[in-house]
Design a protein around this ligand. Structure first.
Ligand code: COA
Length: 378
């Protein structure tokens, strides 16, 4: 093996492993584009459904494409009694991400034609996941509170239907819009840990359900998607703006990781944060819960002053969801509801030009030695 091959890129930091046509993160100009379109423009002008189509097909849909896509997605939101039973049988104390991961795996078991592995069949499965994931989230949201299951409605957008299946009603348009913007911002982000996990899994030519199941498992972690939950827990622990600066200084002294800050790729700020912050402020004004953003502002200023580390998308999204009245442990499942678009697009892109992903490692264990028979090992 050459010396070059032995250079270790811990955490694959800085390693370019493949090409992609889906999105581009440009940390130097603080920008993120999906298929060439700046994400803030998409968030400002497009529905989540339009963005889902864009991510999968490479172009924004025209009116008739959007209409038939929406009709197809809306018609597929119901889940089987067997899947509902799996959700029913889950422990009420389980993390909703674990229930969602199990549900996606079970959808693979229910796949009617697993032998079909062409791109059209996989796109069909991706739309199915997009349609059914909110139903799964809503079912567990309610069942664990002892509430009845609410079937999805076919006359609502994906964002509206999420509130319907969780709460039985659709909130004010301001709330739905802020939620939908978060879905657009969360939809896709290159070779992040969960998407890359999905690409690795499918590169062995296994099925899309297995790849997405692995992606969800990865997304749950606090260094990744789980950060939006951790941010809100941190804000609750701090409690009052007057405590925020001292709390952060103590955390830094104790060398604790402060959730919602830092990013592997963005080192001068996350391109999605200004848009999400704008909608977080709208939510604060709408609900009258300004306190969480006051604490956030102090944390952000202090973190930049002390460490030069900027907030990531999870920092404003966590309190935004909290202000909407959503349970904290449902924040990362919402991330899945959005990222299922980007993740499945990557799975299909990987399969379109597949090569098994199989890196090397540098062995640092004991040198070669002989096995001593059990009787002589003392
Ligand atoms: N809180 C405190 N210190 C942080 C930090 C944070 N959130 N993020 C980075 N740092 C520090 C690191 O400890 C390191 O300090 P050191 O040089 O003294 O060791 C320095 O900043 C550089 O960070 P680095 O190790 O290069 O970051 P990374 O690229 O390996 O990790 C994250 C990126 C996202 C995993 C990391 O920033 C993190 O854990 N953030 C909190 C979790 C989070 O919000 N995740 C969501 C990401 S979208």
């Amino acid at each position: 093996m050459s010396d070059e091959a032995e250079v270790i890129h811990h955490g694959l930091d800085g390693v370019v492993v493949d090409t992609t046509r889906i999105s581009k993160v440009m940390p130097e100009i603080n920008s993120l584009v999906y298929r060439g379109y700046p994400v803030q423009e998409l968030a400002g002008q497009c529905s989540f459904e339009e963005v889902a189509w864009l991510i999968w097909h490479g172009e924004l849909p025209n009116a008739s494409e959007l209409k038939s896509f929406q009709a197809g997605e809306r018609a597929r939101r119901n889940i089987s009694p067997a899947l509902l039973d799996v959700i029913h049988k889950s422990s009420r104390a389980a993390h909703p991400m674990d229930v969602l991961r199990t549900a996606v795996s079970f959808l693979g078991v229910e796949d009617a034609a697993p032998e079909k592995t062409d791109a059209a069949a996989n796109l069909n499965r991706a739309v199915d996941l997009l349609a059914k994931i909110p139903t799964v989230i809503g079912a567990f949201y309610r069942l664990r509170k002892g509430q009845n299951f609410i079937p999805p409605r076919g006359d609502l957008s994906i964002a509206e239907n999420f509130f319907h299946v969780c709460f039985g009603k659709v909130p004010a348009p301001e709330v739905v819009r802020a939620f939908e913007v978060s879905l657009v911002l969360y939809a896709e982000h290159g070779f992040n840990a969960s998407t890359f996990s999905a690409r690795v899994v499918v590169s062995s030519l296994t099925d899309i359900f297995g790849a997405v199941t692995a992606g969800i498992a990865s997304l749950k972690g606090q260094l990744h998607g789980g950060a939006n939950e951790a941010v809100m827990r941190m804000l609750l622990e701090i409690g009052e703006p007057a405590r925020a600066r001292d709390w952060l200084l103590a955390a830094l002294r104790e060398k604790r990781v402060v959730m919602g800050f830092g990013h592997r790729v963005y080192k001068k700020g996350d391109s999605r944060v200004p848009t999400m912050k704008k909608y977080a402020r709208k939510m604060a004004a709408f609900t009258g819960h300004e306190k969480w953003l006051e604490i956030s502002d102090i944390l952000e200023a202090t973190m930049i002053e002390q460490k030069g580390i900027f907030p990531n998308l999870d920092f404003p999204s966590g309190p935004t969801y909290y202000m909407m009245g959503i349970d904290i442990d449902m924040f990362t499942p919402i991330f899945v509801m959005a990222r299922i678009t980007g993740m499945t697009a990557h799975v299909m892109e990987q399969l379109a030009n597949n090569r098994l992903i199989r890196p090397l490692s540098k062995y640092t264990g004991p040198g070669e030695r002989r096995v001593v028979p059990l009787k002589q090992r003392g």
